[in-house]
Write a protein that binds this ligand. Structure first.
Ligand code: GDP
Ligand code: MG
Length: 439
């Protein structure tokens, strides 16, 4: 998918020290291809790449970042911006009830989303009322009633003989007299956009004046979803989009293009069929997911699971007493290796990012293998006290581990630095400054 493609592209960049303009151009061409393959709108992809290029070439590289990281940072920021920058919430009226109208084509997920949204709002101590205004689709009313029962929430219906405008109107009266503070109207869709559908929706809109008109679109339909959003916005006016079925193998194009094409933000995303599978949409989190940095919080969680707490305390003690040996170093590397892509993880962990930057400990998977091999080629005594590792021992270790003497030298230097650094961070922590904390 898109995430894999972009990660591959950036992996190529990472391998280099300095980036030339043609490195950047090459990478951005691949970014553009990846976006198009993910079904991102052509113009959106083109403008996006142009913006990234302008920033990547025109700007000074931040001292603490490698050129590759710098490009990734810009791409991350621009992706976030493309999707609206910050989270867009729904408007809650100061005079209840807040009226939310869900619109969209048949099968997009309106009825399901009505239930999910009601569930989400109920958890926020709101008192939603579900309104069955789809009088055409067989069993549409029943579908909403079943959801209402599950959620223990009232569902307003006047059957399928009454017209949707009157249903919506009566529902609001009902909400007022029964102290329901949010009215969620589930409207009818059609297979395609047509005049009849739009006229009906406009009539409801003009009568009940919803605070939020949310368009529900199916992410699996890619660019079609974006076209639908454009048309609904032009003809009816929408306040935001709910993108459903993002749990399937949607290519992501819709998520990336909707905002840029329509000017309307994605407010929620549907991540499954269950009632709790609706999430607020966070552009920054989506951008990091696409770039494969993963969710910062879930990374930290993962780290906490894998690094045994007991061991961490043990390590802390050793650092304090300056007993931190190459064996411990190796242990720690192996702990980290369990967690997946290392460079990503390190930059996520509090303190670790700095540690890596400060000491050039570029821990990619291949290098870790080298480091492991080198340490394993040392004797127990050498691991405990690296100061005894003289020239001939260095030669032996290099031979044994299939590396060069320079590699052994570098590792020993890094280890000494890391040790010093850990000590210093510990002291900082003791004196109450914000810094490195062992998990
Ligand atoms: P409506 O015609 O717009 O009211 O669409 P429905 O709410 O009836 O949903 C159509 C189908 O899509 C149903 O089978 C839902 O279970 C499914 N669906 C809705 N949202 C999601 C989602 O976020 N993920 C997945 N996997 N399925 C969804
Ligand atoms: Mg429906």
């Amino acid at each position: 998918g898109l995430a894999d493609k972009l990660q591959q592209t950036f992996k190529k960049l990472r391998g280099r020290g300095k980036l030339t303009e043609s490195d950047v151009s090459e990478a951005l061409r691949e970014v553009r291809m990846a976006l198009l393959e993910a079904d991102v709108n052509f113009k959106v992809a083109k403008d996006f790449v142009a913006r990234v290029k302008e920033r990547a070439v025109g700007q000074e590289v931040i001292a603490s970042l490698t050129p590759a990281q710098h490009v990734i940072k810009i791409v991350y920021e621009e992706l976030t911006q493309l999707m609206g920058g910050t989270q867009s919430r729904i408007t809650i009226s100061s005079r209840p009830p807040t009226v939310v109208m869900l619109v969209g084509l048949q099968g997009a997920g309106k009825t399901t989303t009505a239930g999910k949204l009601a569930h989400l709002l109920k958890k926020q101590n709101k008192r939603p009322l579900l309104v069955a205004a789809d009088i055409y689709r067989p069993a549409a009313i029943k579908q909403l009633q079943v959801l209402g029962e599950k959620l223990e929430l009232p569902v307003f219906t006047l059957g399928d003989k009454e017209n949707p405008v009157r249903i919506a109107q009566k529902a609001i009266e009902y909400a007022l007299s029964h102290a329901r503070d949010i009215v969620i109207i589930d409207t009818a869709g059609r297979l395609h956009i047509n005049e009849q559908l739009m006229d009906e929706l406009k009539a409801i809109k003009n009568t009940v004046k919803p605070h939020e008109i949310l368009l529900v679109v199916d992410a699996m339909t890619g660019q079609d979803a974006v076209t639908v959003a454009e048309t609904f916005n032009e003809q009816l006016g929408i306040d935001g989009v709910i993108l459903t079925k993002l749990d399937g193998d949607a290519r992501g194009g819709a998520a990336l293009s909707v905002r840029a094409v329509t000017g309307r933000p994605i407010k929620y995303v549907g991540m499954g069929e269950k009632l709790d599978a609706l999430e607020p949409f966070y552009p920054d989190r989506m951008a990091s997911r696409i770039l494969g940095m993963g969710d910062v919080l879930s990374l930290i969680e993962k780290a906490e699971e894998a690094i045994n707490l007991e061991q961490a305390r043990e390590m802390e003690k050793k650092i304090r007493k300056e007993e931190f040996t190459l064996d411990d170093f190796l242990d720690q590397l192996q702990q980290l290796k369990k967690l997946g892509p290392l460079d990503q993880l390190l930059s996520m962990l509090p303190g670790m990012g700095n540690l890596k930057k400060l000491h050039g400990l570029e821990l990619d998977e291949k290098e870790i293998k080298h480091v492991e091999a080198i340490i394993r080629s040392m004797t127990k005594k050498e691991r405990r006290d690296p100061s005894i590792i003289n020239g001939s021992r260095r030669k032996r270790i290099a031979m044994g581990s299939g590396t060069k003497v320079q590699d052994v030298n570098r590792l020993l230097k890094q280890f000494a630095e890391a040790k010093k650094m850990m000590k210093r961070l510990q002291e900082m922590q003791k004196t109450g400054k914000k810094g490195f904390k062992l998990p």
